[in-house]
Design a protein. Structure first.
Lengths: 630, 338
């Protein structure tokens, strides 16, 4: 094989592209997508990813239920979403084609692994006839590539010399596909070669086989006549700085470490495994050299209890879970609230109710975090809005917890957790100095030398954080209603009412001390306001961008704080002719806004386990703001 | 003079809160014994934390002039574990009951014991739900007639000592609320033991279940029924030592007249690594209405969970150096945009 033919190929410059890899769960599509993402990041593109995989670890091979996919949107512009319709679909088997073809742009490129199009696989995917022959593909640019066969041929020597068996060789087919797509988009593969060698350093023959397959894919594109063009997406003009790629769960873990470093408090992370939050535990377990203790508890309740104990002990205490686990933690969260200890409870939301859709995304736990406890038990609730934003959201959650001595709920979701985006690294010194947010109380605070654990700071209404240890401060915390000041058990009716009001007042203090809301309205004349929270930020941002390009004046505000709501929010909402709030739930924030502001907020709700497409939101905002004529 | 030099007394461990158990409740005796014992062993109130769940016994922390945490039903071990991991300098005691510790909190109890977290668990067993006014509990005898079981309870009771041994707890003991001397001895052992100590205390609820432990508490009966376990001693009991415990070939144990026991009498050894013998001993008494062993069943050394966890943190620091945030953030593939 030679490289000479490349020169004859026309290279087309694109501003952006959307590629989707789809195959069986066992085909290694997530890994392929991850690698393509890294190569793309290193090429300097802005990007956003959307991994999508079944909840079953090994769903029956070849079935629709077993299809796993990974979508990547990359661009020479600033982008905010993983893209609506893919330009390229790589389908490793009939089920992948069946499931994803309809999403593809008309005229888009489809690369299919023809070796997987056996009668049996076609049947499993629900095809009576092969879609490759019956006209199904006429609207697309079809490339029939015998990916499995090519892989086996490339690894003939490896098999003959007994370095790996046929099955192991076949498993390298995802690297062949990656090599081919890398060639198509002029992405260098050297970094992936290094990565493979490192990953399989203990099994050099496996590393070598994967590298061989990767190169074979590249060369296949290069030498066959089938591909008339290659494409190039130039580096994006991103804000200068140092960048890396990061997923939401990784950013969350790093944010917690940063909060620990910036507060000077060792991190205690107690949790119970649950999809899609477990990766935070996995990340933190590798970071013990930051003084982080990770504790895998026997259940969700134990994880929550351990965090309460660790907060009492004076650590930066954090737990994370997803909806079902948060439900189990609810009683203990009430205890954390009434004992006024600082801690962070992360909810990486997934499709609900009950077990729901464990690997899919949804925003339906907002009410659970706001109201899902017995009695009046208000706690601050904030949300992260992009994968990299999880880093800053974690620090903000810790800041509120430490300043106001309260459990803070931090919402992420399955989409943020697993998606990646390039992240401009912040200056560590510019991160909030959390050590200013608190001081341990070590001296009695009463004239008579006694200690009143519920005596409050006038400014924040926070009570003292007094750890066991100093003599003279011995006190008892608990879940029974407290007497103001002394913290003694109190069944006094007036005290209970006053304490309840105080707990709401403390929440409002948090709001009163927030920086102003950031409203994006380049025209300054918008009459339509889009309100969002959490992971819808990317699609909303992209939709508003498109609308403005079409002459629509639209303003956008994205809420970090869900409890308390920003004190200026009501006035802001009232100042627009139309307010629209699309959510991946059945209208939870919208209901809250309506209740709190009496503004007739318009809604758009969808819970399909997938993030919004920006085109869908363009339509929704257009319709809500300017009527049906859109 | 620093506080460290003053010899503390029971008073130093007694809070100013009025004790609110029913008059005559066994909890009073336990409270007094614990307060005296802590003074005796030289514990410091500021370094001592009592953590409880929900139930009559769980009011305990309010009466101790130490740090305390009255948590929620069944969850005291979870809070205590978080505290133990983060604060090796503290003496942490859990006060729980048969409902709190064995029913709603049974899961946490088992896992705390198997982990061997550095905690002392005092389980007040009164074979009844007191705070909710008299329902049968996981330790109530089969057929117990109470408010929720007018025709008798249907589920077999759990033996707390057997359960703890099954979870391979490293310190397992049993004592009686009003036997101050015996209880003190067992608690002293718990205090000195590193790892999880589990002490079942038979506690009389004179309101809803009076006399449940009469066989072991009352004069005239207890002499015949208390099998006092003494390390290194043959296990015999009765006013004249006339009854003995022997091991059967199948590993179980049985009570026989001492003169019949001969060589077969069991010599008590709580330090045996295998919990099997201790378990057999715990099965000797199906319920505390007849001859029942009290004392330390098991006392062995095993790595302590929170010690090991802190060691891993230290080892990671040794290996990778003190974590550096900039290095962490730049740890992946980075690229510069100019
Ligand atoms: S109900 Fe029973 S256990 Fe509870 S305080 Fe009264 S006597 Fe004690």
């Amino acid at each position: 094989m030679s490289d000479s033919s490349t020169a004859e190929r026309e290279r087309i410059q694109l501003s952006s592209a959307v590629v989707r890899f789809a195959g069986d769960s066992g085909d290694g599509m997530q890994l392929t997508g991850d690698r393509f993402t890294t190569q793309t990041a290193l090429a300097g593109n802005d990007l956003a990813t959307l991994p999508d995989f079944p909840a079953e670890i090994r769903a029956p091979a070849g079935t629709l239920a077993g299809v796993s996919s990974f979508q990547l949107h990359f661009s020479d512009q600033d982008i905010h979403t993983p893209g609506d319709a893919p330009d390229v679909l790589v389908a490793m088997n009939p089920a992948a084609l069946q499931k994803h073809l309809s999403a593809l742009k008309l005229g888009g490129i489809v690369i299919v692994n023809t070796d997987a199009f056996t009668e049996r696989n076609l049947q499993k995917a629900g095809y009576e006839e092969s879609p490759l022959d019956d006209g199904t593909m006429t609207d697309y640019q079809l490339h029939e590539v015998p990916v499995t066969g090519l892989t086996l041929r490339a690894l003939e020597r490896h098999i003959e010399e007994g370095e790996l068996n046929k099955k192991e060789a076949e498993r390298c087919k995802n690297m062949l596909a990656l090599g081919l797509v890398s060639w198509m988009y002029s992405r260098p593969i050297a970094e992936t070669e290094e990565w493979l060698e490192d990953k399989f350093s203990s099994k050099p023959e496996i590393a070598d086989a994967n590298v061989t397959a990767l190169r074979a894919g590249w060369n296949y594109g290069n030498t066959t006549e089938a591909f008339a063009f290659t494409y190039e997406v130039k580096a994006a003009k991103l804000t200068p700085g140092r960048y890396r790629n990061i997923t939401g769960n990784q950013a969350m873990a790093y944010g917690l470490i940063a909060a620990s470093v910036r507060s000077g408090l060792p991190l205690f992370y107690g949790s119970y495994p649950i999809t899609p939050a477990s990766d935070i535990l996995h990340e933190l377990a590798k970071l013990k050299h930051f003084g982080a203790a990770t504790y895998q508890a026997e259940d969700e309740i134990a994880a929550m209890g351990s965090v309460i104990g660790a907060a009492f002990g004076g650590h930066l205490a954090v737990t994370a879970s997803s909806g079902p686990g948060i439900a189990l933690k609810a009683e203990a969260m009430g205890l954390a609230m009434i004992t006024e200890l600082p801690m962070v409870v992360i909810d990486v939301q997934r499709g609900g109710p009950s077990t729901g859709l464990p690997t899919k995304t949804e925003q339906s736990d907002l009410f659970q975090l706001l109201y899902g406890r017995n009695g009046e038990a208000p706690i601050p609730v904030i949300a992260a809005s992009s994968p990299a934003d999880c880093f800053h959201a974690a620090i903000e959650a810790a800041r509120i917890a430490l300043t106001y001595r309260t459990p803070v709920a931090l919402l992420s979701d399955g989409y943020l957790a697993n998606s990646a985006e390039p992240w401009r690294l912040p200056s560590v010194d510019a991160l909030p100095a959390l050590d200013e947010a608190f001081a341990f109380t070590t001296e009695p605070n009463q004239q008579d030398g006694g200690f009143a654990p519920y005596l409050r700071d006038e400014d924040t209404l926070a009570r003292p954080w007094a750890l066991p240890g100093p003599p003279g401060l011995e006190h008892r915390l608990g879940g029974i209603e407290k007497e103001e000041g002394s913290g003694h058990i109190s069944y006094d009716p007036a005290n209970h009412h006053a304490q309840t009001e105080m707990r709401y007042a403390r929440l409002e203090r948090i709001g009163a001390q927030l920086p102003p809301l950031e409203v994006i309205d380049p025209s300054g004349e918008a009459e339509v306001l889009v309100v969002g929270w959490g992971s819808t930020k990317g699609p909303l941002q992209a939709a508003c961008h498109d609308l403005r390009a079409r002459g629509r004046k639209v303003a956008r505000v994205h809420l970090r704080h869900l409890a308390p709501l920003h004190p200026d929010l009501a006035d802001l909402l009232r100042s627009y002719r139309v307010v629209v709030c699309p959510e991946n739930n059945m209208g939870q924030l919208a209901m809250l806004l309506r209740a709190k502001t009496l503004v007739d907020v318009k809604t758009h709700n969808r819970v399909t386990g997938q993030p919004f497409a920006s085109s869908e939101l363009v339509e929704v905002i257009e319709r809500s703001g300017w009527g049906e004529q859109a | 003079m620093t506080t460290n030099e003053i010899k503390l007394t029971k008073k130093d461990f007694t809070s100013d809160r009025e004790v609110r158990w029913c008059p005559g409740c066994g909890d009073y005796a336990i409270l007094a014994t614990v307060q005296s014992l802590l003074a005796d062993v030289g514990a410091r109130p500021e370094k001592t934390v009592f953590i409880s769940g929900i139930g009559c016994s769980s009011r305990f922390p309010y009466y101790m002039d130490t740090y305390g945490f009255h948590t929620i039903h069944g969850r005291a071990p979870t809070v205590a574990t978080g505290l133990a991991i983060t604060r090796p300098d503290l003496d942490i005691w859990i006060v729980t009951g048969d409902g709190d510790g064995l029913s709603i909190g049974g899961n946490h109890l088992m896992h705390t014991l198997r982990r061997n977290v550095n905690l002392n668990i005092l389980l007040f067993n009164n074979e009844i739900y007191g705070l909710t006014k008299g329902q049968y509990s996981p330790t109530s005898p089969l057929g117990s007639v109470h408010k929720s079981t007018p025709m008798g309870s249907l589920d077999r009771p759990v033996n707390p000592v057997s359960l703890a041994l099954g979870a391979e707890a490293t310190y397992v003991a049993r004592s009686i609320d009003t036997d101050r001397q015996h209880l003190s001895g067992v608690l002293r052992g718990a205090y000195e033991h590193r790892g999880t100590s589990f002490v079942e205390i038979y506690q009389n609820c004179n309101i809803f279940n009076d006399g449940a432990f009469a066989a072991l508490r009352e004069k005239g009966q207890k002499e015949h029924n208390q099998i006092r376990l003494v390390p290194g001693e043959p296990i015999t009991f009765g006013p004249e030592g006339e009854r003995a415990v022997i091991a059967e070939p199948d590993g179980s144990m049985r009570i026989v007249p001492t003169e019949e026991a001969g060589e077969r009498v069991v010599v008590h050894d709580p330090t045996r690594v295998e919990p099997t013998t201790a378990f057999a001993l715990s099965r000797l008494a199906p319920s505390p209405t007849g001859p029942t062993p009290i004392g330390v069943f098991r006392e062995v050394d095993r790595p302590v969970y929170d010690d090991e966890l802190r060691k891993q943190v230290a080892a990671a620091r040794e290996r990778y150096g003190e974590g550096d945030l900039v290095e962490l953030l730049e740890g992946g593939n980075v690229w510069d945009v100019l």
